[in-house]
Design a protein around this ligand. Structure first.
Ligand code: TRP
Ligand code: SF4
Length: 398
């Protein structure tokens, strides 16, 4: 397992807006400095719901990558790639599908939710039912330790863990597992004896501290190859070899990014500001925002709590500006257009560096393609290794 490795993805189904930026991408930018990050354009995922409008997928891919780069995702630090260009995602998805009970997929909460939400589309497809399993394959193919997700995606991470566990249980029991494990213990060297003692403490007394210490020994041992390490991780818990390690969700605080109408910013509500929205349109959109309906005339006092503009002040304004708003709104001391100006300024200020970073990519599309192709190449090197283990575990190692 790569405890420090992060995998996350986003569907290319339209232009990204500030809700994506505040909810996901800003977090990615922070993570990339001290994690081994893989950021994926989830084009197969996009097809599961957008198979009837594929043009938008191709169009969105490059714009989306430019938005990532514009936000500060750095291709020197993070690996940016396209899911379908790394064929092992589809291959592992198929392998996992053999051992995944249908009920596990039918019970994923987003399955029924999305079917109802997108009721104008026929989502009674095999691909749509299986998409959380595809997501599991996305994560497991990189043996990623951490997956940054919002609350709504946690059931997908749970499923990923269950599928990995089942796969390891089914296929990690090589015929001569015990023998190989004992041979591997010898390779640990000096710490072999304490490893065995810690294992006994864990297996007999359920001592969790002993388990952690034994894992540390494995992590620190220079002599072990990857396969032996995975074997011993399983042996330690009296399980089979760990072929696909279980990841963990890295919960990101739910984005409170409000849209122009006060509801959550979302393309389907038509209340968005896109990430690189032209400044004139930003001003126009914010000036047109509804305010507290009680403020019909400039002289009517208002209540910020009933106004969507106030929610944007929470994101973009400092405390003194917010005091100015509260004061001025309640006393009719300021007008709504006046009140909106700091929000407009805040958005424009946030977007300024994005425009600057985007410029070199917009004027040189080949550069974007190069970054993505290099990312695909790097991702595939890792994915190929995992698939080798998986194939050999399921008897397709020829
Ligand atoms: N399912 C996510 C979405 O619909 C995108 C996604 C695909 C993803 N594969 C992933 C996210 C793997 C995290 C990890 O938005
Ligand atoms: Fe909303 Fe500001 Fe107008 Fe008050 S003054 S209603 S907070 S826009």
């Amino acid at each position: 397992m790569f405890a420090n490795r992060i995998l996350s993805g986003m569907r290319p189904t339209g232009s990204l807006h500030l809700g994506h930026y505040h909810g996901v991408i800003k977090n990615w930018v922070e993570l990339q400095a001290d994690h081994d990050c893989y950021f994926m354009v989830a084009d197969w995922h996009a097809l599961t719901t957008n198979y009837d409008d594929v043009a938008i997928i191709e169009k969105s891919i490059w714009d989306m990558v430019i938005d990532w780069l514009a936000s500060g995702i750095d291709p020197e630090q993070a690996t940016i790639f396209i899911q379908s260009k790394v064929p092992q995602h589809a291959e592992l998805h198929l392998a996992l599908s053999m051992v995944t009970p249908l009920g596990w997929l039918e019970r994923v909460p987003t399955y029924k939710d999305q079917m109802e939400k997108l009721s104008q589309k026929d989502l009674a497809t095999y691909g749509f039912l299986g998409y959380p399993l595809l997501q599991a394959a996305d994560i497991l193919i990189y043996k990623a330790g951490l997956v940054p997700v919002g609350e709504d995606q946690v059931p997908h991470i749970e499923l990923t863990r269950e599928v990995a566990r089942r796969f390891n249980n089914l296929f990690g029991r090589e015929p001569d597992f015990e023998e190989r494990a004992r041979a591997a213990v010898k390779k640990i060297g000096k710490a072999a004896k304490s490893f065995e003692q810690l294992r006994t403490r864990y297996l007999q007394d359920g001592d969790g501290e002993a388990l952690l210490q034994a894992r540390d020994i494995l992590a620190a041992s220079q002599n072990l190859g990857g396969a032996d390490r995975e074997r011993l991780l399983g042996y330690l818990e009296n399980k089979g070899k760990i072929i696909l390690p279980e990841c963990e969700a890295l919960l990101t605080a739910a984005s409170k990014m409000p849209g122009l109408d006060g509801l959550k910013m979302s393309k389907s509500y038509k209340n968005t500001i896109t990430m690189r929205e032209a400044p004139a349109d930003v001003s126009k959109k914010i000036r047109a925002m509804p305010t507290d309906p009680a403020r019909v005339r400039r002289t009517d006092a208002g209540d910020p709590d009933k106004c969507p503009v106030w929610q944007l002040h929470q994101v973009y304004s400092d405390e003194s500006t917010r005091d100015w708003v509260k004061q001025g709104c309640r006393s009719a001391g300021i007008g709504c257009i006046e009140c909106k100006q700091p929000v407009i300024d805040g958005v424009l200020k946030e977007q300024q560096p994005m425009f600057e970073r985007a410029e070199q990519y917009l004027s040189n599309p080949a550069l974007v393609r190069e970054i993505v192709f290099e990312g695909c190449r790097k991702a595939e090197l890792v994915a190929r290794e995992t698939m080798k283990d998986v194939r050999s575990a399921i008897g397709l190692g020829y």
